[in-house]
Design a protein around this ligand. Sequence first.
Ligand code: CO
Length: 339
Amino acid sequence: MTVFDVHAHVFPRLTRAEGSMIADAGAPWLRVHRDGTGMMMSGDDEYRPVDPGLWDPARRLADMDASGVDAQAVSSTPLMFGYAAPPSRAADWCDLVNDRILAYCADAPDRLLPLCQVPLQDTRLACEAATRAAAAGHRGVHIGNHVGDRNLDDPGIVEFLAHCARIGLPVLAHPWDMLGADRMRGHMLPWLAGMPAETQLSILGLMLSGAFERIPASLRLCFCHGGGSFAFLLGRADNAWHNRDIVRADSPRPPSEYTHRFHVDSAVFDPRALRLLVEVMGTGRVMLGTDYPFPLGEKDPGAAIRACPGLDDAERALLLGGNARAFFEPARTKEGTPA
Ligand code: CO
């Protein structure tokens, strides 16, 4: 049985000078100390202390061995997205980051699957960057769940998602730049309340805008953190769709009829919540996600899946790795060549 983690982050070693490619102030870079610890930096500010697995592939592989993880999809850290920068500058930055992620994963190509990032603020440049990265060896694309005030159902982002479907590139959508920051000043509330709300907003936006009617059904799209709060409140959205014309104005089907259009990871940390998620999504659409190596991640990868009630061994194997293997399987054309 394969254990495959679809939600794990990397911050390749980037100097402050390299980080300044994307931002004059608040440049993202990595400060590595003599004692082996590190600090994610935003310009002069210390953003977050980090563990070596974030930038050291040997350490990551040792951690994976110790925790029984066979494979990981490796994505950048949202601090690195660069969506606020001028598009051409962001495109050059994404190329640099993507090259570093490829180099990071080259140590163990059968275990570390590189995911690229793109300048999502510019649809044409984002599509070109995704195509370029896929040709260079990236196995998926990691995107933030919004670009400023544009949600995932924004026409330009829908066009990008359709492009990913056409070139067979899986998409991992991660919450970031959380709403309501002025009312979430402490206790990591942006992570605890903001992130699940962001993801729910993204999923409901795609459902209620009718965007899933315009995006090819072949798109492979996964939301982090179990899709945030959407599964628990899907009944509320369905009830609203049935009872208010303004809710159903743009979508021909109620929200619950679109759950087969995306996947979610398993990072909900409670077997009871995971049970509900599996009932909402089906056993084929939930995949192990740990948020490695960050402190809010699942420290014993797959513990919630193993403790989830009502799953047989075959279903548990799907959640632990089988679904992820299929999700990241290289797309093939009818002739059998990579798409
Ligand atoms: Co994450």
